[in-house]
Design a protein around this ligand. Structure first.
Ligand code: ATP
Ligand code: MG
Length: 566
């Protein structure tokens, strides 16, 4: 490719709203341009990278026998009614109407379409197992599109779906997919971790996420110091160290805490550590009732765990300040479990606390020296909190560390959630109709590009892994436009490299050497060949590696074999 015929609009500065490195570099290197919030055009250079990622994915999907198909982006609302997700999915689903006023949506995922296909086309256990995949544009009306194409509203996903006669068979395909994902990330050159994950509104039982570790990641991953346990913080259960509270040593007393609302305020005002104060949160339950959740002041609520409790309304909803005043008669900062007349659920760690402080259910007052069983019966106990650094690892080997990760892939064992709801059945060996067991496997194709940059860059720009670099090498000629002889040499070198099937960019624009190298380093071409007047005399070109700044002199005649060796 000649740069004079290839749009690479590099920029010196990143736009003000680009707050993470990959976003800044994708704009500066001319890979993408924003059209609207979370909606982007992929420019030729960006698209080359995206296509390389796609082809690695296709290779691995094909290798495990998954069949490629292409489903529509526009999906009928009816199918989503059948699965029950038309109501459940919420405002991320972009709903539209056609000219006949029929409901449709722009697909955020394709379980409904593939299940409807499977129920039409798969009739017998003999056709199972089978798996289908597509590389396709998804639309999700994200509440906070950000980080460029990392959390976009329109993005490219590889999604795969598998169909089985039973869970055992699903387990096998799931493991194959898991391996294929590992191969994909290895080939793409990402450092990643597979972690135990929540199934969210996709549903199902077992699930793993694949994370690229990076400080800018939106997820937090809990790792064991001593074993290979790793889970999204959302999913990590708390293993408690202390089993029962010590006997009370203080008497309960009501103390005035005027204008003190937060745990920090109360702790500072009373001189009591935050971990000795309880906080009480009021959420909505099913049946229009409210539920009080009680946690230690230094712990954070884990919303995913709470949403799984039977009496809690889904999605999780907190009571408003007004509702709290009406129901309890005080502000949210003065609530406590003593004498509270609603369902109360206490976190495991709050349940083994003695002589604690909590709200008195009266504005401006708290209770100190409170003890369960003596001052109030201990209510239902559950694991409500997020794990913190230093907690015991859930596999009881070592302690937890927490790091940030970018989720690039997510695989699920769906079970029969969709096949039951949508009646996707096959005949089993005995001629009996049974719902197919399903798996689904998502991979953020466009997000992988951003994650790769996030993980591999320096102060000059992107440092692509060779497998997904937009070009393998570039020719940077010095003052070619002033010398017909050099121009001739450069063009013949370019032609030879192209003939050998190597993806090369010829920088034939009349830029100064400095500008040329700045641009090539910004866009991250792994291998650069500098050729100038001196090369004509010596018959050598200068080779520069993007990754390690290594420089070598190479014989003009040996360039192709040198590149091939690289
Ligand atoms: P997240 O927790 O980041 O919102 P998700 O659980 O909604 O992700 P899935 O439904 O599992 O994501 O989608 C499969 C993959 O698609 C994700 O692992 C991620 O790589 C990618 N993906 C999801 N949402 C977006 C988005 N808004 N922009 C770009 N890629 C996305
Ligand atoms: Mg999401």
């Amino acid at each position: 490719m000649k740069i004079t015929n290839f749009l690479i609009p590099t920029l010196r500065e990143a736009p003000a709203d680009a707050d993470i490195t990959s976003h800044q570099l994708m704009i500066r290197a001319g890979l993408v341009r924003q059209v609207a919030s979370g909606i982007y055009t992929w420019l030729p250079l960006g698209l080359k990278v995206l296509r390389k990622v796609e082809s690695i994915i296709r290779e691995e999907m094909d290798a495990i026998g998954a069949q490629e198909l292409l489903m529509p982006g526009v999906q009928p609302g009816e199918l989503w009614e059948e699965s029950g997700r038309w109501m459940d999915y919420g405002p991320e689903l972009l709903r539209i109407k056609d000219r006949h006023d029929r409901p449709f949506c722009l697909g955020p995922t394709h379980e409904e379409i593939i299940t409807s296909l499977a129920r039409g086309e798969l009739k017998s256990y003999k056709q199972l197992p089978c798996a289908f995949y597509q590389v396709q544009t998804k639309f999700r009306d994200e509440i906070r599109p950000r980080f460029g194409i990392m959390r976009a509203r329109e993005f490219l996903m590889k999604d795969a779906y598998s169909f089985h006669i039973d869970t055992e068979c699903l387990e096998q395909t799931y493991n194959q997919m898991y391996e294929a994902y590992c191969n994909i990330f290895d080939k793409v050159g990402l450092k990643y971790r597979a972690v135990i994950a929540d199934t969210g509104n996709i549903g199902g039982s077992k699930s793993h996420e694949f994370h690229v570790l990076a400080d800018s990641g939106e997820d937090r991953i809990a790792f064991s110091s001593d074993s290979d346990y790793a889970a999204n913080v959302e999913m990590a259960p708390v293993i408690i160290e202390k089993q029962i509270a010590a006997p009370p040593s203080a008497t309960m007393a009501k103390v005035a805490t005027p204008n003190k609302h937060s745990i920090q305020d109360i702790s500072a005002f009373l001189g009591i550590p935050e971990k000795q104060c309880l906080k009480t949160l009021i959420i909505k339950g099913t049946n229009e009732k409210v539920i009080a959740l009680v946690l230690r002041g230094d712990h954070e609520l884990n919303e995913i765990k709470v949403q799984k409790l039977a009496t809690v309304a889904k999605p999780l909803q907190f009571a408003s300040e007004k509702e709290i005043h009406e129901l309890i008669g005080c502000g949210p900062g003065s609530i406590g479990p003593i004498g509270l007349k609603c369902e109360i659920i206490v976190d495991q760690d709050a349940a083994v606390l003695e002589d604690f402080t909590c709200g008195a259910n009266e504005s401006g007052y708290h209770l100190t020296g409170v003890n369960w069983n003596r001052d109030a019966e201990l209510p239902q106990v559950s694991d409500l909190r997020e794990v913190v650094v230093g907690d015991i690892s859930p596999d009881k080997q070592g302690i937890l560390e927490i790091k940030r990760g970018i989720e690039v892939g997510h695989i699920f064992q769906l079970g029969t959630k969709y096949s039951t709801a949508m009646k996707a059945q096959v005949l089993d060996k005995n001629g009996k109709s049974i719902a197919m067991t399903m798996g689904c496997y998502g991979l953020g194709v466009s997000r992988i590009v951003a994650a790769s940059i996030e993980q591999s860059h320096d102060n000059k720009g992107i440092v692509w892994p060779e497998s997904i670099a937009p070009f393998f090498c570039a020719i940077a000629p010095i003052n070619m436009h002033k010398s017909p002889e050099l121009s001739e040499k450069v063009r013949s070198l370019y032609a030879t490299i192209v003939e050998n099937g190597i993806d090369v960019l010829l920088y034939d624009k009349d830029d100064r050497m400095g500008a040329m190298l700045t641009n090539l380093e910004l866009i991250g071409v792994p291998h650069i060949l500098v050729i100038g007047e001196r090369s004509l005399a010596t018959g050598k070109v200068e080779y520069k590696s993007r990754r390690n700044s290594e420089k070598l002199e190479i014989d003009l005649n040996n360039v192709v074999s040198f590149l091939k060796e690289l």
